[in-house]
Design a protein. Sequence first.
Length: 490
Amino acid sequence: MIYLNHINKSLKAKLLLLHALLWSFLFAGTGVIVYQLVYSNLEAKMGQQLLALARLVAQQLESKVSSELQPGSFDTPDAFFNRLSAQLRGFLQVGVLDNIILLNQEGTVLLDATGEEIPGFKQPWLRGKTDILAKATVKPVVLPIRKEDFGALHQSVLFPLNPNVILEADADPHYLQILREFTNVSIVLGLVGLCVSGLAGALVAQRVIQPMNLILKMTDDVMRGKFPEPDSPPRSDELGHWVQVLQTMFRKIHHRETELTLLRQMAENQAEEMKMVAAGIAHEVRNPLGVIQGQADRIQKKARDWDLDLQSAAQKIQGQVEVLNGVVSKFLDYSRDFHLQRRSFPLPELLTRVTQDLSDLAERQKVEILRDFGPCASLLADWDLLYSSFYNLALNSLQVMPGGGQLVFRLRQILNKAMVEVEDNGPGIDPQNFPKLFKPFFSTKNEGTGLGLAFTEKVFRAHGGQIEALNRPEGGAVFRIILPLQEAAA
């Protein structure tokens, strides 16, 4: 079973086996055909030689065997019987014939040169073969080689002496031994030939597999990030062309990967530089903002009693400074890398806290908050960052439903991931805004900074998750978040 699994999974093993089987079947089929042709030819040649001997014996006996020779004529031996038996035994001394028997037209034994068959009884192997006997009374019949007791080979010829007497000449089994030896030699040669043909098929298959091994090695090297050149020159056939095409492709991939690596390094360097620039800008902006804030506080205190307009202007300045400080803080939060403080907690607990903290604002806007939480494993994540992200999503949904509606939090576990949907029945999302929705500084609100959804998307990605926005067919929007659960995150 192990070998079958290996063959089933290995193309090389399949090719080797296929070539070996094809060559073996080809050799076996050719060998069987050649064996049958040679064996049939040898059998025919031996039959012709046996027929020639039987004809020679018949010529010697025709003038001596009378038509009166019948069963019962030899109940009492006489001089004719003795002379005829002696002459038949003389033919046997040549060494080619095993026995000579005289039969009548019904297959009854008239005379047996060896005395094995009793006159007056039918020849056993001719019982029921009236068609052969009828033919033998007219012309000679060469019978095919047959196996008898102990597997010995026998071949007989029936030759008509006259209409009433048939001469049966049996070949000596030792004379037929050449056929048995030919069979044994053919079997040995066949087994050797099968092994040789299987080996030849394997060698041919190996010739085909060689470029496949090279291709496999090249692809493995590419997967490990290496792009080696082949050790041997490519072949000139289709497989060689395939190797050359793959080599060209791998060189292009290597070149492109090198370019991408350089671009990635440049992008990372630029990102680090932008972070430094952003931190510097934030620092430079916050310093004058602090001065503006301090001066606005001073103006407000001095104008408290004698100039209400100046006091109102100072308050507006303070409000705008707070807005700018918020933008700078969000920009810094988005630009810096996260250092997640992971801990294990149930996700329904975090979502419940978000809905509770938004309950007062939802009640003022007449928005109903619904929770649909299914069973879910624990999450290994940063509580504060996820809380801020889900809170921001829910707050955006509340802001698009000033006249009331429903805000639904839905939680399901799918394999080793948690799926959270934040769903509202507001106006939905303009399809033109989907590609830009999670880009920094994109906002559809006049007072928005455009960093909220970008920050939220970055938080989910930092946890190995993802977020997508959809429009509901019945109206409203859905934000779908996928997060890995504790085992997957670990």
